[in-house]
Design a protein around this ligand. Structure first.
Ligand SMILES: *Cc1c(COP(=O)(O)O)cnc(C)c1O
Length: 962
């Protein structure tokens, strides 16, 4: 019998004990190692006194997992899931259960990072390559990106691409057809304003009347009409305009491709390929262009290259980290994209195959035909005379229809002009159609599905004009034709998963990326229908659960950031930067200071900072860093004074990208404020702040939060993410709004930055769970243990590798940078060799060469236990030993385990291995820990240069594998 009280026994159940890796004894051992008495003592030593919060957060108590689930189940129950025919870019879909369970709910897929280390990411690279192939086949164009954030931002990217590549250099007009989705127009307008483009909106065929650099059309339009654009596009191309088309992915299965009509860019949402509506996201957008535009593509491309054995190997092509290299000249600021969702959509195509997709599309289309026939039999006037899935009609008693529909839990699209629209989807059944007739026609309508079907088949009605019916084959690649049974599909997914290193294998200490635990309990609500199956434009009353969740989350984020308000719209960190800079811009404009357009950015900033500043129409002025890695105050003062009345803002990161708490941060804020500028604080490093300090307290005006870093949303192999922004009250009136959903807080004239009002709403429950379960105590302790883990690694490695920067008392913040340049100098071993050698030891490399070339930035996070940290440390020390052998000349500099890393099974099976100066065991089983849990890279080191010179971004012919 224990003598512990009930309260003490209950403590044992708290989630924080599971989230935080090291237990109390391990924490104490590590504290001893680094010379601190307690977590609080370490905090005192590390975080500058002036910025240390003197209060506790008000999140509340810590909770157990079952308490958390019970509470969020109550919230979920407040969402009413109606049958949605709203369409407008979001459609019901059946997520194949084999994909739901083996991809969306599988940490092997959702906890991986962006494939910066392609040798241990060939699985998801193949899945994304499949996504690119699907995109190309369906659009009829030849170069696809690996996913954009949503359809509306893809439209804005298409506009920016048009400007870059159009030969109509003097033109400043971007034409948008007046029948595109309203949210698409909204996002395009916001972006165009920053670039200084003129957006002209009008009937599609009037585009030719303007001097324009590009034009945007929607196929099929928002009311459902299917139009042949061939002649219009030819006329526009004569004018050197770039033609962009927003298209519906499911319709493209049946319709002639926009590429074959002459479009230059085709994009759209891949949501209805098996990704739930999720109240707006996350979903992947596809984006496909002509090969000629490859250097101008936004976002990432996956390309085929070869490894050192000459085998096919996949990797991110060209634009890998393009913002880091091209900064404000980058094509876009897209960093985190929508990889997990792109993979789900590509698996959906793989699972159904071309035949299956065709049957799905034809069934959807048939329901539209039947519905139209039923309405026409009753003399109702249709707005469109061609359609794929959407039928719009008018001249009806809208109020009566709406009342009957709501009573039957049905949502339709109601336009301002008395037009009602119905979009069918994969989930529609015969019973649904009957219920729809009841709602639209009232009872006693006498429309019978079977009879209508016989009629429609007999009449062979051409609701898709004959010339617009697709005639070419799609998805002929073997990958889309061999996994139609569930067993085959399950094994294909598993085969790819096995090639990838994710958090379910070992720690991923990517500095700045914060790869912490994505707990199962946080993920569970995401799949619930009350969160998954809500349409983002449904009446607000139906979304009471989401409203409550978003309000509670906002309250906690306000508390955590020290700001006055948050805006939950941006769907990535970089989008948050853009949204925050827009708020600053509008604020200056509101004060008659529209001329303030210079953004100061320290040299060490993340590449998305300058890329976002450029998107927001600002001019970037770079400020220096001193040799300790801190912002050089003298240079900052000089530059701020120099540009003074033009100064819009500064973008800083805190703790700095160098992983230390700069003592001067408040002074930096003061200097910028004195010159009338605003302070944008990049919140990517919030994992070193939560509960200890905050951007608002430090003195900044606006920040984004990467909910997919600090707040436990998984990285998904390169997305999704969420980048809400926190703002001080004076900026609150200037955050993003939305044309269709107005909860009443935002000012009416603020444009949108994302397609959906709350971005990727369906992953917000993850962050809500993270914060609520940990509570005030847990989130604060998480930060403290993140500091402890980083300082422990720093201490243990510092005898073997030089640590580049430290702050007060020789402490680092939540990450530490080790300098490999001296090693390269003395041994020829590069940071790349060390990164790849870590793969042989079963680890993902830390962040390489950011923010300083030739370094590794290690961020262990609070979730890693001491055992795992020690394994990593052991690997790093063993690697240092290997480097010493190279330095000593024991091994030739071009033939050693580092230079040849990573090692594959093919290597050790190769008889020629005998000629190497090291053993097979050294190659693949360098430590006992590795023997017990071996991860096998599936390809050898990949040749980047070859891949870029011979750019190929489509599926590899199967013959090439043989
Ligand atoms: C990750 C990161 C970003 C960009 O966030 P995304 O969500 O990838 O767009 C910006 N700044 C810093 C310092 C980061 O680490």
């Amino acid at each position: 019998m224990t003598t512990q009280t009930l309260t003490q026994l209950e403590q044992h159940e708290l989630f924080l004990r599971r989230h935080i890796g090291p237990d109390a004894a391990e924490q104490q051992a590590m504290l001893n190692e680094i010379g601190a008495e307690s977590l609080d003592d370490l905090t005192q030593q590390t975080v500058p006194e002036a910025i240390r919060l003197q209060r506790e957060l008000s999140i509340g108590d810590s909770h157990s997992e079952s308490e958390g689930l019970a509470y969020i189940r109550d919230i979920a129950a407040k969402n009413q899931v109606f049958k949605s025919y709203i369409g407008t870019g979001y459609y019901g879909t059946e997520v194949p259960n084999v994909i739901l369970r083996n991809v969306l709910e599988n940490p092997g897929w959702y906890t991986a990072y962006t494939p910066y280390q392609p040798e241990i990411a060939q699985g998801r690279l193949e899945a994304i390559l499949n996504f690119q192939q699907v995109s190309m086949d369906l659009t009829g164009l030849d170069l696809a990106s690996a996913s954009l954030l949503d359809e509306a931002t893809a439209a804005a990217e298409a506009m920016a691409l048009a400007k870059r590549v159009s030969k109509a250099k003097k033109a400043n007009i971007f034409f948008v057809a007046d029948d595109v989705f309203p949210q698409t127009l909204d996002v395009v307008k916001t972006r165009a304003e920053c670039f200084g483009f003129e957006v002209v909106v009008g009937p599609a065929n009037e585009a030719v009347n303007y001097e324009l650099f590009g034009a945007l059309f929607q196929y099929t339009n928002r009311q459902g009409q299917v139009t042949d654009f061939t002649e219009l596009f030819a006329a526009l191309k004569d004018k050197k305009a770039v033609v962009a088309v927003a298209a519906d992915i499911m319709s493209l299965v049946m319709l002639k491709s926009p590429g074959s009509m002459g479009a230059d860019v085709v994009f759209g949402s891949a949501q209805r390929f098996g990704v739930p509506m999720g109240y707006g996201g996350p979903h992947a957008a596809f984006f496909v262009a002509r090969d000629a535009h490859k250097r101008s593509m936004p976002g990432r491309l996956i390309g085929v290259s070869k490894d050192t054995r000459g085998n096919q190997a996949l990797r991110m092509a060209m634009q890998t980290r393009e913002q880091h290299i091209r900064r404000e000249k980058a094509n876009s600021n897209i960093c985190t994209a929508q990889v997990l969702l792109a993979n789900m959509a590509s698996f959906y195509a793989v699972f159904h195959g071309p035949q299956g997709l065709k049957l799905i599309a034809e069934r959807i289309h048939r329901f539209a035909d039947l519905f139209a026939a039923g309405l026409q039999a009753k003399g109702i006037e249709l707005v469109n005379d061609t359609w794929f899935d959407t039928v719009s009609f008018k001249g009806v008693d809208v109020a009566a229809i709406q009342a009957r529909a709501l009573a039957a839990q049905i949502n339709l699209r109601y336009d301002d002009d008395g037009v009602v629209g119905v979009s069918f989807d994969e989930t529609t059944t015969r019973e649904d159609l009957t219920a729809l007739f009841d709602a639209v026609l009232g009872c006693d309508h006498g429309q019978e599905v079977a009879a209508l079907d016989a009629q429609v088949v007999a009449a062979s009605r051409q609701s898709i004009p004959a010339e617009l019916v697709r005639k070419d084959a799609i998805l002929t690649h073997p990958t889309f034709n061999r996994y139609q049974s569930e067993t085959e599909m399950m094994r294909y997914i598993k085969r790819l998963e096995n090639k990838d290193l994710a958090l379910n294998h070992s720690m991923i200490s990517l500095g700045s990326c914060t790869m912490k635990l994505n707990a199962a309990v946080e993920m569970i609500p995401v799949s619930w229908p009350q969160f998954a199956n809500m349409h983002p434009f449904c009446p607000l009353e139906q979304a009471a659960g989401y409203t409550q969740l978003i309000e509670e989350l906002s309250t906690d984020l306000v508390d955590i950031t020290g700001y006055d308000a948050v805006c939950i719209q941006p769907n990535s960190g970089a989008q948050g930067e853009y949204a925050g800079l827009l708020a600053i811009k509008k604020y200056h404009e509101s004060r008659g200071e529209a001329h303030r357009n210079i953004c100061l950015i320290p040299q060490s900033a993340h590449g998305t900072n300058p890329a976002s500043a450029q998107l927001a129409g600002m001019k970037v002025v770079v400020t220096a860093c001193d040799k300790e890695g801190n912002v050089d105050l003298d240079d900052l003062k000089a530059k701020a004074a120099e540009v003074a009345d033009q100064l819009s803002c500064i973008m800083i990161t805190y703790p700095s990208t160098h992983g230390v708490y700069e003592e001067t941060v408040s002074e930096i804020c003061d200097i910028v404020h004195q010159h009338g500028g605003q302070v944008y604080l990049d919140g990517a490093n919030m994992n070193a702040q939560v509960g200890l300090t905050s951007p608002g307290f430090i003195g900044a005006d606006v920040s984004h939060l990467n909910l997919h870093k600090t707040f436990a949303i998984p990285h998904g192999g390169g997305g999704p993410g969420m980048g809400p922004i926190g703002v001080k009250s004076h900026l609150a009136p200037f955050v993003a709004g939305h044309t269709l959903v107005k909860p009443g807080r935002e000012s009416d004239n603020n444009g949108a930055v994302s397609a959906a009002p709350y971005g990727s709403a369906s992953i917000l429950p993850i962050t809500w769970m993270y914060i609520k379960l940990l509570g005030t105590k847990g989130v604060t302790q998480a930060t403290q243990v993140a500091l402890l883990n980083a300082n422990y690694i720093m201490k243990k490695l510092s005898n073997h590798y030089p640590v580049l920067y430290t702050g007060r008392n020789d402490r680092v913040a939540h990450e530490c940078i080790i300098d490999l340049r001296p090693i390269k100098e003395s041994s020829g071993v590069t940071e790349m060799d060390i990164a790849k050698r870590l793969n042989d030891y079963g680890f993902h490399a830390p962040t390489m060469s950011f923010p300083v070339a030739g370094t590794l930035m290690i961020e262990p996070t609070e979730s890693e236990s001491k055992v795992e940290l020690d394994r990593f440390i052991e690997a790093m020390i063993a690697i240092r030993g290997e480097i010493t052998q190279v330095e000593a000349g024991d091994w030739p500099s071009d033939n050693n385990p580092l230079h040849n890393a990573p090692h594959t099974m093919a290597d050790i099976m190769d008889p020629a291995f005998e000629e190497r100066p090291y053993s097979r065991e050294t190659a693949v089983f360098p430590t006992t820990a590795v023997k017990e849990n071996k991860f096998w890279p599936t390809v050898n080191r990949i040749d980047d240069v070859f891949g870029d010179r011979n750019l190929m971004c489509s599926c590899v012919p199967i013959s090439d594998y043989e």
